[in-house]
Design a protein around this ligand. Structure first.
Ligand SMILES: N=c1c2ncn([C@@H]3O[C@H](COP(=O)(O)OP(=O)(O)OP(=O)(O)O)[C@@H](O)[C@H]3O)c2ncn1[C@@H]1O[C@H](COP(=O)(O)O)[C@@H](O)[C@H]1O
Length: 102
C-alpha cells in the first residue's frame, strides 16, 4: 500500500454512498469537519509520542496519514501537489528556508 494508492481510493469515495464508506461519510461533511478530524488524530499521535508508546504511535500515525489525505481531498489539494512542494524543498536546508522567510 502506497500513499498514492490510498489517496486514489479516497478520491474515488467523493460522492460515493456514505452508508457503505467511512471516507464518503467524512468527505460529505465538508473540509472543515475533515480538518477537525485530522486535528483530533494528530493530537492522539502527539500524546502517544510523548508517552513513548511506539505501538500506539504507529497506529495513531496511520490514522494521521489517512485523515491528512482525506483533508487534502476535501480541500481539492492533490497528494502530487504536496509532493511537488516537498520536492521543491529538496536540497534546501530547513535553516536556509527559515532565513529566507524572515
Ligand atoms: N486507512 C483508513 C482508515 N483509518 C482510519 N479509518 C477510520 O477512521 C475512523 C476514525 O476513527 P474514530 O475512532 O475517530 O471514529 P469514530 O469515533 O467512529 O468517529 P467520530 O464519532 O469521532 O466521528 C474509524 O471509523 C476508522 O475506521 C479509516 N478508514 C478507511 N481507511 C482506508 O480507506 C479505505 C476506504 O475506506 P472506506 O471509504 O470506508 O471504504 C480503506 O480500505 C482503508 O484503506
Amino acid at each position: 500500500m502506497t500513499l498514492n494508492d490510498l489517496f486514489a481510493t479516497i478520491q474515488s469515495r467523493k460522492g460515493a454512498d456514505p452508508d457503505t464508506s467511512w471516507t464518503a461519510k467524512l468527505l460529505a461533511k465538508g473540509p472543515a469537519k475533515c480538518a477537525e478530524k485530522f486535528g483530533e488524530e494528530a493530537i492522539e499521535a502527539i500524546i502517544e509520542a510523548a508517552r513513548g508508546d511506539k505501538q500506539a504511535l504507529t497506529s495513531e500515525a496511520a490514522d494521521v496519514l489517512y485523515h491528512l489525505l482525506v483533508m487534502l481531498a476535501a480541500s481539492d489539494v492533490t497528494l502530487d501537489e504536496v509532493l511537488t512542494e516537498l520536492g521543491n524543498r529538496q536540497g534546501t536546508s530547513g535553516l536556509a528556508e527559515k532565513a529566507a522567510r524572515q
